[in-house]
Design a protein around this ligand. Structure first.
Ligand code: FES
Length: 65
């Protein structure tokens, strides 16, 4: 689903950016340009970012606990 129509950024793009280390809206704007034009996407992008950061990371099998 498109989140930022001005820049053609999808929810998947935002989650991928968060998985690569984006922690703040400023990170997302720098990485993808989210919210850099009209800003209407910022609440939804912020929500996706917080959801992604709250999700448990997959553990590698065989990795020490
Ligand atoms: Fe994202 Fe306009 S919808 S900047």
């Amino acid at each position: 689903m498109y989140i930022c129509l001005c820049n053609g950024i999808t929810e998947h793009d935002i989650r991928a950016c968060a998985d690569e280390g984006a922690c703040t809206m400023r990170d997302l704007e720098g990485c993808l340009g989210v919210g850099s034009y009209c800003g209407k996407c910022k609440p939804a992008a912020r929500q996706i970012l917080s959801e992604t950061r709250a999700e448990p990371r997959l553990k590698l099998s065989g990795a020490p606990a």
